[in-house]
Design a protein around this ligand. Structure first.
Ligand code: ATP
Ligand code: MG
Length: 251
């Protein structure tokens, strides 16, 4: 579904994403772990075209994404095309970023109505459907301020899903939550996994990685230090002392 080749993203002298190549097939669940500052968020933001890359290529559903080749040069694609790609990728952040002045239902309807031009009736039906998927249908008329963190995050997931994305990116979706609320959010994400959604999830929750991931990637200093199936990863790859010491720290 998505292919990155030799992607580099620097901030000044610092290479936050350093020559990363990654191919994700439809339905694949990729979990990325790694220390703070290793480039995980930057990589997700690059995939979502929130950060322009310095070099490298990205293809989405077989087509160049975000950039077009002009002669020997790589030039940014027209903003219109970048936006079109973004609507096909849903992103959920650590902070929920719900619109505080809108009800739960309006939050989920907003994208389909304003970006996709859906009718309100259609968008409302989709919103209720997606809220149902994350167990939040009965909260449709509430406002974000009256929800718990876990409930807000589930609404944020429903809002991303309402755009009918082909790919979902999660950047530490549970790290701002109290421990007792983590489970409900992971359950919602697991349900998406069962439905066959293609996903990239940055998380340090190893239990979740073991249960849901097809592929686990360990990132350090902007590149992939280890990559494999959870089985491989937690046994063979972890013989790498740097990966092992990191995993020991977060358990
Ligand atoms: P964390 O686990 O703390 O979220 P991360 O793996 O997501 O870390 P990134 O946020 O991708 O790491 O940051 C990678 C590096 O790029 C860091 O050194 C960071 O300081 C730097 N960086 C990220 N965003 C910017 C920015 N907008 N301007 C300058 N430097 C940045
Ligand atoms: Mg981050």
């Amino acid at each position: 579904l998505i292919e990155l080749e030799n992607v580099v993203k620097s901030f000044g002298e610092h290479r936050a994403v350093d020559n990363v190549s990654l191919s994700i097939r439809k339905g694949e669940k990729v979990v990325i772990i790694g220390p703070s500052g290793s480039g995980k968020s930057t990589l997700l933001r690059t995939i979502n075209c929130l950060e322009p890359m310095d070099s490298g290529t990205m293809r989405f559903a077989g087509k160049p994404a975000g950039y077009v080749q002009r002669g020997s040069e790589l030039v940014p694609d027209k903003p219109r095309n970048i936006c079109a790609l973004r609507t096909r990728i849903g992103m959920v952040f650590q902070q929920f970023n719900l619109f505080p002045h809108m009800s739960v239902e309006q939050n989920v309807m907003e994208g389909p109505v304003t970006v996709l031009g859906e009718s309100k009736a259609n968008a409302r039906a989709t919103a209720m459907d997606m809220l149902g998927k994350v167990g939040m249908a009965e909260f449709a008329d509430r406002y974000p301020a009256s929800l718990s963190g876990g409930q807000k995050q589930r609404v944020a997931i429903a809002r991303a899903l309402a755009m009918k994305p082909d790919l979902m990116l999660f950047d530490e979706p549970t790290s701002a939550l109290d421990p007792e609320l983590v489970g409900e959010v992971f359950d919602a994400i697991k349900q998406l996994a069962v439905d066959g959604m293609t996903m990239v999830i940055v998380t340090h929750n190893m239990g979740f990685a073991r249960e849901v991931a097809d592929t686990v990637i360990f990132m350090e200093n902007g590149s992939f230090l280890a990559k494999g199936s959870p089985g491989d990863f937690f046994q063979r790859q972890c013989e790498d002392p740097r990966v092992q010491s990191f995993i020991d720290k977060i358990f």
